[in-house]
Every structure is written in structure tokens, then in C-alpha cells.
Design a binder for this molecule. Structure first.
Ligand code: KG4
Ligand code: ZN
Length: 416
């Protein structure tokens, strides 16, 4: 089966075409994959602005759709224009994304319908104006080419894409969907979420803990700004932290910054990261005050930045590892799945793997490939494929498919 998948929940526009074998061993081939990041756009402002994100998704949509489908060799040119009634459908479905209208009319006049069985689209969680671009675009393609839509939860995408494993060919296009042994647990760590999700069976999700304030990726991004690193801050903070870690190994002193580990000892599986971030702010303020008193420039030195990044990464990873390990032990977890942008963090990977290997060696632990950890559309197609092979998917009437900014993983892709 062939699935066209669309992701526009935040600051990445992604469109992919996957071919999945519905019989075990569930091979998945990436036939086409196009991704445009808005990082440069948002870096200037240090965060994502929904209206700007929406505009960028609209601009990029058709070029990416063409790139994905032409790249896969599935698009054939045609010469005749589309019908008047089809233009009316496109007009009606792009009322809020008028920028898509002309592009779509040209696109459908230029290409024949390729053999695609399903369209999978992210319906939430995310920035609603951004989500709507993908949802409405999916509705247009569905209406003109007569292909059913499967609404997909973005967080479910982060879980399932972690289970993609290379085949013997080791190509980054041919994968097999790994088997999840239940009960499984997902640690989802991204710019918008930090949650522990118990998975008792396929698509049977129960949230057992989550952040009470900032998401861990958001905390990385905010600390990055405080130490003059650009958005998204996670990889940059992590790089400085590891430089400091290497220096400590060779005996260089750290600057002695000590940050709190909020909720480390609470019995629940909730998290809180805003206190660590505030502690970083106070530390920098005190340091600057001290420098001014001494008649020095109120600027952070490289060593001071490295030391803040290092202690910050240590603090958040310590809390994540402790709580995740406790949940693995309490729920006798067979498969631990780590997903989301922060799952690409090397220190988290190393520390969590060490902890699980020593305290619960029978648990298998999976991290996503780095290029699939941050937002992309392959993950949406993979989640749709997993639903399809279990014959457990929602396919509501197209008019009922909507974008939900605050969709929970327990809702699936469609809230009834
Ligand atoms: O999953 P994602 O691409 O988008 C959301 O759904 O939010 O995650 C993006 C987040 C950003 O906050 C980014 O700073 C963080 O993931 N991130 C990292 C790393 N790579 C990305 N945080 C820590 N270490 C990393 N290596
Ligand atoms: Zn995400």
C-alpha cells in the first residue's frame, strides 16, 4: 500500500510517499521524501510564530509535493486543464489558505493521479493555523484524486518512527517496522511535550506522567537564548555541554554552577523544567552583577557558557532518566521507546541506556535515527501504516477532519 503523508504541525513542512508491505515483516520503503525547515525564519525571533509558520507552510506546500512525487517517479504529466467543478472544490477548501489555490489548480492541471492508497495527515497536537494548512491541503488532494484521509496524531508519529529499523541493505530508504513487545513505555521529549506514555497494546495509550510547565525541548531552547545560542537550542546547548564534559575528563575545573533537579524524588511521573530555566537566569544575573562590581564586561565567557550548558543538560537528563527508569520497573516494561526532537540528544541516549541496562536488562530500548527524531512526515506515514496493518484506524468523513492544537496521544488522530 502507498501512503502520502503530510506534516505541518510546527516549523517543518514535510511530505513523504511510503510504500508499506501489509504482511510481516512489515517492510517500509521511502519512495519520496521532501522536508523544508523554517528554522532560519524563526531563528531571528528565537521561537516559532504561528502566523509566520502558516505562511511558510502555504508557500512550501506545492513545491514539496512536487519534489516528493517527482522524486519517487510516480508523477506523470498531463496536458488538459482540470474541470470547473474541481476548481470550485479547490476554492472552497482553500478559503483560509488562499495562497494554495492557484498552486493547486496548476498542479492538478499538470499531473495525472498517481497510484496512492491513503493520505495521512497530522491533525494535532501543534500550532492550529499551521496544522490547518496540512489538513486543508490533504482535503484538496483527497477530493480531486479521490483518496481517503487518515488523521494522525503527531505524538504517535514520534513513537512509531522510533521503531523503524534498517534492513540488511542498510539503505536510508528501506526499513522494517520493529516489533513492540508489550507492555511498552514511550518517553516523548520534544519542543512542545515531555510525557511518559504506557502502551498496553497497539494504539492503546495511557499517559502516566507529563510536564507541569515547560517541555524539555523548550527549556533547552530558552537556556540556549540565555547563553546567546540560536534557535533551536537543543543541539547547540548539547554541543557546549559535551565540550565541558570533555574538559572535566582532562581535569579542567568547572565553574561550579549548581542547578536544581525539580521533582526528582516525587513518587509520580510528572516533570517540571521551568525552575531549572529560572535558576539559570538567576545564575547569569548574579554572575553579571559580580562582574560589574569587579569592573569587568558583563559578558559570559565561553567557559561559563559551557559550564551552564553542562550543568543544565546534567540536571534535565538526571530527572528524565530517574523517572523513566522507575516507570520501566514499576510497569515491567518490555520495550522502551524514546521519541521526539530531544531523543536525538547523545547524553540522554547514553545515560538512559546505561540506567535501563543495569536496572532492567530485559527491557529493549529504542531511539529514533537522528534524521527522524525531529519533526518530519515519514513519521506520520509510519504511524498511519501501523494503524492500517492493525486495521485500527479512523477514517471519518472528510468534512469532519479538523486540526486540534491540543490533541492528546490518547485521542489518536481524531477526537470523537
Ligand atoms: O520533535 P521536535 O522536532 O518538534 C516538536 O514536536 O516540538 O522537537 C524539537 C525540539 C527543539 O526544542 C530542539 O531544541 C530539541 O527538540 N532538540 C534537542 C536536540 N535536538 C533537537 N534537544 C536536546 N538535544 C538535542 N540533540
Ligand atoms: Zn514533534
Amino acid at each position: 500500500m502507498k501512503i502520502l503523508s503530510i506534516e505541518t504541525s510546527c516549523d517543518e513542512t514535510g511530505i513523504s510517499l511510503l510504500q508499506g508491505n501489509p504482511n510481516e515483516p512489515f517492510d517500509i520503503k521511502i519512495l519520496g521524501n521532501a522536508l523544508a525547515s523554517q528554522i532560519d525564519l524563526h531563528a531571528r525571533y528565537g521561537g516559532v510564530f504561528p502566523a509566520m509558520a502558516k505562511r511558510a507552510h502555504v508557500e512550501k506546500f506545492i513545491p514539496l509535493l512536487k519534489e516528493c512525487l517527482l522524486g519517487s517517479g510516480f508523477l506523470k504529466e498531463k496536458k488538459e486543464d482540470i474541470l470547473g467543478e474541481e476548481i470550485e472544490v479547490i476554492n472552497a477548501l482553500t478559503i483560509k489558505e488562499t495562497g494554495l489555490k492557484g498552486d493547486f489548480i496548476k498542479f492538478f492541471s499538470s499531473y495525472e493521479k498517481p497510484e496512492i492508497d491513503y493520505i495521512a495527515v497530522t491533525t494535532g497536537p501543534g500550532l492550529e493555523p499551521a496544522l490547518w494548512v496540512g489538513v486543508n491541503a490533504a482535503k484538496v488532494i483527497s477530493a480531486i484524486w479521490n483518496i481517503p484521509i487518515i488523521p494522525i496524531n503527531h505524538m504517535e508519529g514520534h513513537v512509531l518512527v522510533t521503531m523503524l529499523q534498517n534492513t540488511q541493505t542498510d539503505s536510508e530508504k528501506d526499513f522494517v517496522l520493529g516489533k513492540i513487545n508489550f507492555p511498552a513505555l514511550a518517553l516523548l521529549v520534544s519542543g512542545g511535550h515531555t510525557e511518559l506514555v504506557l502502551i498496553k497494546d497497539y494504539a492503546n495509550f495511557e499517559k502516566i506522567g507529563e510536564t507541569r510547565d515547560d517541555a524539555v525541548g523548550e527549556a533547552f531552547d530558552k537556556v540556549a537564548r540565555m547563553i546567546d545560542l540560536s534557535y533551536p537550542g537543543g543541539p547547540a546547548v548539547s554541543k557546549l555541554a559535551s565540550q565541558c564534559r570533555n574538559n572535566l575528563v582532562v581535569g579542567l575545573p568547572s565553574n561550579g554552577v549548581k542547578l536544581p533537579r525539580p521533582m526528582l524524588h516525587t513518587k509520580d511521573y510528572d516533570f517540571s523544567f521551568s525552575g531549572i530555566k529560572t535558576a539559570v537566569l538567576y545564575h547569569i544575573r548574579d554572575l553579571m552583577g559580580q562582574k560589574e562590581k569587579e569592573g569587568l564586561e558583563p559578558e559570559l565567557s565561553n567557559e561559563e557558557k559551557e559550564s551552564i550548558a553542562h550543568e543544565f543538560e546534567n540536571a534535565v537528563v538526571e530527572v528524565l532518566v530517574k523517572k523513566t527508569t522507575s516507570a520501566v520497573l514499576e510497569h515491567h516494561i518490555s520495550t522502551l521507546i524514546v521519541g521526539g526532537g530531544v531523543a536525538g540528544n547523545t547524553y540522554l541516549k547514553n545515560e538512559l541506556t546505561k540506567s535501563i541496562n543495569s536496572k532492567s536488562p530485559q527491557t529493549s530500548i529504542f531511539f529514533p535515527k537522528n534524521w527522524l527524531a525531529t519533526d518530519n512526515s515519514v513519521m506520520i506515514g509510519v504511524a498511519a501504516f501501523a494503524r492500517l496493518v492493525q486495521n485500527n484506524y479512523e477514517s471519518p468523513e472528510t468534512k469532519d477532519i479538523v486540526a486540534y492544537g491540543n490533541l492528546s496521544i490518547t485521542d489518536g488522530g481524531f477526537r470523537k
